[in-house]
Design a protein around this ligand. Structure first.
Ligand SMILES: O=P(O)(O)O[C@@H]1C[C@H](O)[C@@H](CO)O1
Ligand code: GUN
Length: 274
């Protein structure tokens, strides 16, 4: 039988990975998927400490179709946590489009989690901020996105509606938990290079508030699977050209580490309230 991989049959590959997850984690299903992006991985400990218990801790490569981590700060692990009456499948890192493994590989995690039962998908990322009032370490709820990758995880006549893609219900819930949370429009570039100041001027002109290299394709795949999506960006730096300083991935990770305690509390409160 032809080997089932995200490239050859992404939906079958997700079902196969979901079966393996249930077997290795010893759970019948998961309820929530949580993707932890650059700078967010240290926050995962805060969730278990405050609100739950760890059920399993796997390498992503223990599941079929997943690639090992390729970016600093992305641990390449999956933790299954029990928070209240829910099982949370937390991805400690992700695969990025710029890693060159194809768009199917980018969304394999979200497809696996929804195939394993997740009806809520929380996507986090580290990003550049365009508003001068933004501070590194500030979380911003994603209200909507602009996908500048020129691609989609969907193939064929899958005309999926994307209105209210970032659930207004979940955004209201998050803002009830933390009224200081602002909302913004997230713009995904292909990467891996950062933007030029001129490109940031373009993003401003088209209504973007946040720039990153992930999240939008995962959100589309989650919506196709019928999940409710919440996106939270951590502003790790002001966008290119705004401070005159060069951009650096280590700065991104440092901002995430500094915010890990607060972000763990926010995510824990959020998951407990779902
Ligand atoms: O996984 P995310 O989108 O959080 O990672 C961001 C975007 C790039 O991968 C990296 C650049 O510093 O951080
Ligand atoms: N595209 C992009 N991704 C980021 N991730 C963290 N900071 C940035 C940024 O300034 N631009």
């Amino acid at each position: 039988m032809r080997d089932v991989t995200p490239d050859t049959d992404p939906y079958a590959a997700a079902l196969t990975a979901a079966d393996r997850l249930r077997e290795l984690a010893g759970v019948g299903s998961v309820d929530v998927a949580l993707v932890l992006g650059s700078g967010w991985v240290p926050a995962v400990d805060g969730i278990a400490e405050r609100h739950g218990e760890q059920v399993a801790d796997l390498a992503v490569t223990d599941l079929p179709g997943f690639a090992p981590p390729a970016v600093a700060g992305h641990a390449g692990r999956i933790r299954v946590l029990r928070v209240g009456d829910k099982h949370v499948m937390a991805f400690l890192g992700r695969t990025h489009l710029y890693e060159g493994r194809g768009v199917e590989a980018v969304v394999h995690g979200v497809r696996t989690a929804t195939a394993a039962g997740a009806r809520t998908v929380v996507l986090t990322n580290g990003c550049g901020g365009l508003r001068p009032t933004y501070r590194p370490g500030q979380p911003v709820l994603i209200r909507d996105h602009i996908n500048l990758t020129a691609t989609s995880p969907l193939r064929g006549a899958r005309f999926v509606d994307l209105t209210d893609l970032y659930s207004s219900r979940l955004r209201r819930l998050a803002q009830e938990l933390d009224p200081s949370l602002e909302e913004g429009v997230y713009v995904q570039f292909p990467g891996p290079h950062y933007e030029t100041p001129a490109e940031i001027g373009m993003v401003r002109a088209i209504g973007g508030d946040l720039v990153g290299m992930s999240t939008t394709l995962e959100a589309i795949a989650a919506r196709e699977a019928g999940a409710e999506v919440l996106g939270i960006s951590l502003v790790t730096n002001l966008a290119a050209g705004m401070t005159g300083e060069p951009l650096d991935h280590q700065e991104v990770l440092a901002a995430g580490n500094a915010a890990a305690g607060r972000m763990g509390g926010l995510l824990g409160d959020l998951v407990a309230a779902l």
